[in-house]
Design a protein around this ligand. Structure first.
Ligand code: 0RA
Length: 650
């Protein structure tokens, strides 16, 4: 035993600690973002981040995550183990301090290169505060130490449990279901993050086991993520469904300066730019100084090379910065000691010193690459010139559309049935598959705050189309005109003017069948590529129409899946000796009448909307390129594995 817990000997320190953890329990969202799906998964990331830190310090190479049958989680590493000796100032075991004091994680080890720490960087004590149960088990000095907590409160002083020949830390926790509104872990969400961490931290093995899913052949569903090549392999993974332009990604690793920089990039034959950036393993959705440094270097070096080779002399217009990044997939990862995060979602790096560090590292490596690979260099520049030419055409097309809109007095699309409310916060727009369902929705809606825009059939697949085609496509034009915003990939256009958005709920409503899913995916692809802000701001939703109507006499019950249908049949059968008459399978929205559509799918009181979120921009990018690309087998496999839609929060 290390320390006896004497009743009544609580010091002022202990009381402060409890107040700190109580604050976390009172305002969990302030510490972990939210108490929904995201926050629940964030708990796991927070614990894994601690183990990643230990690995980055060079003391750990394997991290195991277990999802237990009751949705509790264990994170296990083979690091040095959290110290268990007495903490001089706190007069308690260091382990207890780490587990119960906010932000105490790295304080012991100032020399350790500690840069990680999760998006909110709150430390494992937050996870402890938000768990009904947590056990920390430390294998260190040949001894197994343990301590258990309830809602962050130690249940006993750190105790010795036995001997061991291994080293490491095991943390098991059960999220508090009085705090979180969801309790079920999503295996693929956790996998996506572990995969990302494996690419971002080459040489670390991350394993995950889902004990809720026993396999027929024995054992449980599990995956293992490991990358030897780091970002180079990350980019290859992201572009696995695209046609590459150069044989190998360009890879840069620069550890000389104060800001370690790692970058990998590949050009492909698509028209989209996919630049993903990370600071201390955190995805910086909003970019920042590292991305700025990268862009500056790309533009400067490629332009200088093109000029030097005489490839731009015949061009009648300028090449814009964007043109250098069309068809570019890149991942930028920097490690910054004291990162300053800015922006709406605090995912934009603000540190100015990073611009120069990335700029220099990228410029040097890219210059070398171009000198050593003249054939690839020429292919890249040709692609850039093509992009500039196409963008020139797109600009004209867009200006024409926008001018037309300004000239006509009523610039709204003719097919839009608008609502009467003017406050965008209260307004909803339904993007409805087909004119017939659109008609039903118009009858069924509450015209005060619900607008309807019917879409005719399949909208353009923007993944495969050049930008100017997008402005020529009527359905797409109708969507952004109705929303009241401008779109585009050029910098000025990309700063989508959310303040002009006319509806704060954009609801995609399609048939619950394969075609419907396809149309939903096409619309989401368009939003993801050209109006990502809408998704990131949480304005995009998917309606969930029922699949069945089960009827018996005057009673009727809607069912959203086969399980509910069977339950409904059972429930209705209880009610008398009449047999259940009819089960109606809704093949499309059009088979419902206006009132049915309102009750099941549109009435805010009774409907279920699914908000579209982006867990990982990199993974979403890969999935869209796969769903909308040319390769059929990966698409079929994905659809078979995900019976309904991809990447959707409930
Ligand atoms: C502080 C100091 C030392 C290790 C750790 C923290 C540590 C923390 C975690 C959290 C999860 N796994 C971890 N592994 C280690 C090092 C003390 C020493 O041995 O010198």
């Amino acid at each position: 035993m290390i320390e006896e817990n004497k009743p009544g000997s609580y010091s002022a320190d202990n009381i402060q600690v409890l107040e700190g953890l109580e604050a976390v329990r009172k305002r969990p969202a302030m510490y972990i973002g939210d108490v929904g799906v995201k926050g629940l998964h964030h708990l796991v990331y927070e614990v894994v981040d601690n183990s990643i830190d230990e690995a980055l310090a060079g003391h750990c190479d394997t991290i195991d995550v277990f999802i237990h049958p009751n949705n509790s989680i264990t994170v296990k590493d083979n690091g040095r183990g959290i110290p268990t000796d007495m903490h001089q100032k706190e007069k308690r075991s260091a382990l207890e301090v780490v587990m119960t004091v906010l932000h105490a994680g790295g304080k012991f080890d100032k020399d350790t290169y500690k840069v990680s720490g999760g998006l909110h960087g709150v430390g494992v004590s937050c996870v402890n505060a938000l768990s009904t149960f947590l056990r920390a088990e430390v294998h260190r000095n040949g001894i197994v130490y343990e301590q258990e907590y309830s809602c962050g409160k130690p249940q006993y002083s750190v105790r010795e449990k036995g001997t061991t020949t291994t080293r490491g830390t095991n943390i098991t926790f059960m999220p508090d279901d009085s705090i979180f509104i969801v309790s079920e872990y999503n295996y693929s969400t956790l996998c996506a993050r572990l995969r990302e961490l494996a690419y971002l931290n080459k040489g670390i093995r991350l394993n995950i086991t889902d004990e809720r899913e026993a396999l027929e052949e024995g054992g449980f569903k599990s995956d293992s993520f490991y990358s030897q090549g780091g970002l180079k392999e990350f980019v290859e993974y992201l572009d696995s469904n695209r046609e590459k332009l150069i044989p190998e990604p360009i890879y840069i690793e620069h550890n000389k300066g104060t800001v370690p920089v790692e970058v990998a990039m590949q050009y492909n034959t698509s028209y989209t730019e996919n630049v993903h950036s990370y600071v201390n393993n955190i995805n910086t959705h909003e970019g920042g100084t590292h991305v700025a440094g990268f862009r500056q270097a790309m533009t400067r070096v490629l332009k200088a090379y093109a000029d030097k080779e005489g490839m731009t002399t015949k061009l009648k217009f300028d090449i814009a910065g964007d043109d250098f990044r069309e068809g570019l997939t890149a991942v930028i990862s920097v490690k910054v000691m004291e990162p300053q995060f800015e922006g709406q979602t605090k995912t934009k790096l603000g540190n100015n010193e990073v611009i120069g560090a990335v700029n220099m590292a990228v410029a040097e490596a890219l210059n070398n690459y171009l000198e050593e690979h003249p054939r690839e260099a020429r292919q890249i520049i040709n692609k850039v010139i093509l992009a500039a030419t196409a963008r020139h055409a797109a600009r004209k097309a867009r200006e024409m559309v926008q001018r037309k809109n300004v000239l006509s007095s009523n610039s709204m699309p003719g097919k839009l049935a608008d609502c009467s409310e003017n406050n965008p916060e209260l307004c909803e727009i339904y993007l409805v598959e087909g004119d017939s369902a659109g008609g039903t929705a118009k009858q069924g809606r509450s015209r005060n705050f619900q607008a309807i825009l019917p879409l005719r059939g399949k909208i353009l697949n923007v993944e495969k189309a050049m930008e100017h085609k997008i402005y020529e496509n009527e359905e797409i034009r109708n969507i952004f005109t109705a929303l009241g915003v401008t779109v585009g990939t050029e910098e000025d256009q990309k700063a989508l003017n959310i303040s002009k958005l006319r509806y704060h709920k954009i609801i995609i409503m399609t048939d619950a069948d394969v075609d419907g899913s396809h149309i939903t995916t096409l619309i989401l692809t368009f939003f993801f590529r050209y109006m990502k802000d809408l998704i990131e701001s949480g304005y995009v939703y998917i309606a969930t129409p029922p699949l069945y109507l089960v009827k018996k006499g005057n009673n009727q019950v809607y069912a959203w899946n086969d399980k509910e249908r069977l339950e409904a049949v059972k429930e209705l059968a209880k009610g008398g000796n009449e047999s259940t008459v009819g089960i109606q399978r809704y093949k499309g929205l059009g088979e419902m009448n206006a009132e049915q559509l309102w009750t099941t799918t549109m009435n805010p009181e009774t409907r279920t909307l699914r908000r579209v979120t982006i867990d990982s921009a990199a993974e979403a990018d890969r999935i869209f390129s796969m769903l909308m690309g040319d390769e059929v087998p990966p698409r079929r496999e994905f659809i078979e594995q995900n019976a309904r839609y991809a990447k959707i929060d409930s």
